[in-house]
Design a protein around this ligand. Structure first.
Ligand code: SAM
Length: 297
């Protein structure tokens, strides 16, 4: 039995009750296949909207509205909400609840196959992405969003505020030489300033996931933080050096199926940078990858 001990506990029970009601009334079983862990903690739900800094001037793209707990808060805070949900079984519930709000559009699609520009065309204001992401496809979603966020010097997505596994949040915000540092860290740095906003325990979800979670905010930079003559080459070098973590950067370049750079040329570039030939990519900063990439052109 719940004991009411002030506002926080009372609010927590409200969303939990609604989730239980929705699951029973619409005869829904959370589907593991789609990473369905529904957030039932009011304070965390409110905290996500706050961390995203959503205002009436914004359009929000929500990925995976689930039972609509976050969607209804976004609807109150934003000018417009476009929510993309893959699971057909949830669509009737969403249409009968949050979908009734005039500023909410529900789309039954797979976000990885969705043309984001098309579904938000005609909306006004800054585009913010806010979501409690399905963990089985966090990386492809984050990569897709970042690639879309800024193109040819134009910022299309203002910010991305998403719940991810704590471990992924740490990877996205880590520094060179640490165990969490990887290709995705550098990729994120190239597009955004990333900050962990809230740590979330498993009990905040129904059913609880097997991992801890964090809400991160990625503010898209108007311009890349480093300049490089060939962005694609720099990304290939980054991938090559983290594909084989334990190998030297030189071996990573040599073994990459994406690159055809001679050993001599790579050695010469490292010499010019004052780096030992045994250096590992995991010690390189984004600036150093940009410098190396320009030398290898
Ligand atoms: N937003 C809800 C919440 O906070 O309670 C649900 C979050 S749940 C972690 C992830 C949601 O993403 C589920 O509703 C799931 O069906 C949906 N989903 C999973 N894969 C998806 C995909 N490829 N495209 C769109 N939605 C997806």
């Amino acid at each position: 039995m719940y004991v009411f001990k002030g506002g926080f506990r009372k609010k927590f029970i409200m969303e939990k009750t609604e989730t239980l009601y929705n699951l029973t009334h619409y005869n829904i079983r959370p589907d593991k296949k789609y990473g369905q862990n529904f957030l039932t903690d009011d304070d965390i739900l409110d905290g996500i909207v706050e961390a995203a800094g959503v205002t009436k001037d914004d359009t929000v793209l929500e990925i995976g509205p689930g039972l609509g707990a976050l969607t209804k808060r976004l609807s109150k805070a934003a000018g417009k909400v476009v929510a993309v949900e893959i699971d057909e079984k949830l669509i009737m519930l969403l249409e009968e609840t949050v979908g009734k709000e005039e500023n909410v559009t529900i789309i039954n699609q797979d976000i990885l196959k969705t043309d984001i520009r098309e579904i938000v065309s005609g909306t006004r204001g800054r585009l913010k992405v806010v979501a409690n992401l399905p963990y089985y496809i966090t990386s492809p979603i984050v990569v897709k969003l970042l690639e879309e966020s800024r193109k040819d010097g134009e910022v299309f997505i203002d910010s991305i505020t998403v719940m991810v596994q704590k471990e992924v949040a740490e990877r996205l915000t880590s520094g060179p030489g640490t165990k969490d540092y990887g290709a995705i860290t550098l990729f994120a740095q190239y597009y955004a300033e990333t900050e962990i906003k809230i740590d979330v325990p498993p009990e905040s979800f129904m059913p609880p996931p097997a991992v801890n979670s964090s809400v991160i905010n990625m503010k898209i930079l108007p311009e890349p933080p480093v300049s490089t003559k060939d962005e694609e080459l720099m990304m290939k070098l980054i991938r090559a050096s983290f594909n084989q973590r334990r190998k030297t950067l030189l071996n990573g370049i040599k073994n990459s199926p994406e690159l055809s750079i001679s050993k001599e040329k790579a050695e010469e570039a490292l010499n010019k940078m004052g780096k030992p030939l045994t250096v590992r990519g995991e010690t390189f900063t984004l600036e150093e990858f940009a410098e190396l990439s320009d030398m290898l052109l």
